[in-house]
Design a binder for this molecule. Structure first.
Ligand code: HEC
Ligand code: HEC
Ligand code: HEC
Ligand code: HEC
Length: 182
């Protein structure tokens, strides 16, 4: 009995745990356009369309406005669209190692799906997404994140040069994109 238990333990240590870690660390950023085909229809909740209509998809473009340039100039930043001090909150996967970017990923999409939901390469396949939704696979083992308030305040904090007090409940309503119940 003891022998069998330690075998199971050994098996878990040798295979299961490394595979879980591997699946998560293999995850690459694929870009919001990759999520679009499946998350555009009204039946799916149209997350992509809603995102396109809100501030997050415009966050990179915002850094090219006169207002952004003025803020940057005061801080001695030449180009906000190239500087880490602005880009870390205004774009997706800025500063992430090239090995973690899929060929489909293009910088400049603003605060994309994967900023909040995690890099998508391992969970984006139709069957995988359905199995996650049905509870057959735990999304987090493939890098999928269920974002909460902590995810927002990584950016919505006083380090933002234009910081406005952040109310999670109100802000969530403004960006909400629920899947309609069948
Ligand atoms: C090939 C189609 C397809 C692609 C591509 C796809 N999804 Fe999905 N996704 C689905 C389906 C189907 C579901 C299950 C039904 C639903 O909740 O909309 C789902 C569910 C989800 C859920 C809810 C998971 C849960 O816990 O129930 C999230 C979050 C999500 N997708 C995010 C993304 C993101 C981010 C991307 C891009 C990186 C993406 N999806 C790409 C088809 C897709
Ligand atoms: C990677 C950084 C980042 C994260 C994470 C983030 N945001 Fe934002 N958010 C921004 C930026 C940058 C803007 C402003 C974009 C612009 O105006 O161009 C913004 C704008 C907004 C706005 C519109 C501003 C307003 O007051 O109407 C809302 C609402 C919002 N975010 C809600 C959220 C919520 C809710 C979360 C968490 C679920 C979240 N954000 C996570 C960076 C982020
Ligand atoms: C600023 C953060 C943020 C961004 C950007 C974002 N989401 Fe979400 N998403 C959330 C939050 C918060 C929830 C609600 C999580 C929950 O209910 O537990 C959510 C929920 C979802 C759900 C599940 C809805 C349900 O009813 O179960 C899907 C599907 C989804 N997002 C897809 C996307 C796609 C596709 C994109 C890009 C086009 C995207 N999201 C961009 C924060 C974000
Ligand atoms: C810590 C994250 C963070 C950093 C760093 C950051 N921003 Fe932002 N930025 C935000 C958020 C969040 C918003 C949405 C409004 C708010 O709460 O400030 C925003 C909004 C903006 C806006 C729109 C103003 C408005 O009133 O809606 C401009 C312009 C801007 N940022 C410029 C910059 C520039 C230029 C830099 C670099 C010097 C920068 N930001 C660095 C998070 C950040």
């Amino acid at each position: 009995m003891k022998f069998r238990l330690s075998l199971i333990l050994l098996w878990a240590l040798a295979f299961v745990i490394p595979n879980l870690v591997l699946a998560q660390s293999k995850a690459k950023y694929v870009g919001a356009k990759t999520c679009m085909p499946c998350h555009m229809t009204p039946k799916s909740g149209a997350a992509y369309k809603i995102w396109q209509g809100n501030a997050h998809s415009k966050a990179f473009a915002t850094l090219a406005t006169p207002a952004a340039k003025e803020i940057a100039q005061k801080k001695g930043i030449a180009d906000p669209q190239k500087d880490e001090k602005c880009m870390k909150c205004h774009d997706t996967a800025f500063g992430v190692a090239a090995a973690q970017l899929a060929p489909s990923f293009k910088p400049g999409e603003g605060v994309g799906c994967e900023v909040c939901h995690g890099p998508g390469s391992e969970y984006k396949a139709m069957q995988v997404m359905k199995d996650i939704d049905a509870g057959k696979i735990k999304g987090e083992t493939l890098g999928l994140v269920k974002p909460d308030e902590k995810a927002c305040v990584k950016c919505h904090n006083a380090e933002s040069p234009t910081y406005k007090a952040f109310n999670f409940a109100e802000a969530s309503k403004k960006i909400a994109h629920p899947t309609p119940k069948p």
